[in-house]
Design a protein around this ligand. Sequence first.
Ligand SMILES: [Zn+2]
Length: 270
Amino acid sequence: MRTVILVVLLCLAVLTAPLGWYLASRSLQPAPKKPVETVDPAEFEALRKSVDELTERVDELEVKLSRADIRRPDTSYADEEAPKEDAMAGNYAKVVQIADRRGVNEGLTHASASFLEELLGLPREDLTDECQPMTNETLKNLLVAEDVGPIKVNMLRPAVESLRQVFRNVQIEEPELYARIQGSGSLCVRRIRGAESAASAHAYGLAVDINIDGHLDQLGDGRTQLGLILMADYFNREGWYWGAGFGREDSMHFEVSREKLQQWRRLGKI
Ligand SMILES: [Zn+2]
C-alpha cells in the first residue's frame, strides 16, 4: 500500500515538475506592474469630497468674478459723474443695455390685468386716468403704508412683507447698493392708459417703482441702471416680476408674479 502511495506521489512530482519550473522562473523575473491598485473606500470618499469642494469653490469664484466685472469702477464715467473715490457709486447708477431682457423673469409669469381682476376684483369700479382712492373693501383692508427699509410704500400687506424681505437681503449682501435705492411710487388706482377698465398691478398695490440715486429710467429703451440689474436678482428670488421683460421695457418696475399671488391665495393671505 505504502509503495503504491509512493509511486503515485512520484508520478505527481514528475508530472508537475514543468509547472514548478515555470513558476520558479517567473518568480525570478521582475514583478510585472500591478494591474489594479486596491483603493481604500474611505480614502476614495475623501478624495471625491475634496474634488467636489474644489469644483464648488471654482464655481463660486466664477460667480464672484462676473459680479466684480459689473462693479469694476469705470473711470471714464466716474470722471464725468462722480469724484474718483466714489467710482463704485457711479457704476450703480450707470445706464447699460439689458442683456436678454425677455429672459430675465425665469420661472415667473406676469400677472395680467384680467388675471388680477379675476383673482381680486377691480380695485375700483370707475377707473379713470388719474390716481384715485381704492374702493374695493377686501383690498382696502389689506392696504398698508409702511417703511420697507430704504423706501416707504403703500401696498397690500403680503406685498409689503415680501418687499421688506427683498430689501433686507440687499442690505446684508450689497449694503452700498442698498444705500442708493430710491422709490418712484407704488399705489396708484387708475386704469391702464388706453384701456376701458383694466387696472395694472400698481392699481392693486402690488407693484413698486425704484431707481438708483433718483435717476428715473427711460421707458422702452431696453436700457437700465446697473444697480437695477443687481436688484432684479433679489426680486426674482422672492417671486417678483421685473418690468424689464415687458413688451415695452419698464425696468424701474417690479410687481408680484402670478405664481406668488397664487401662493398667497393658497395661504389665505389675499
Ligand atoms: Zn411701475
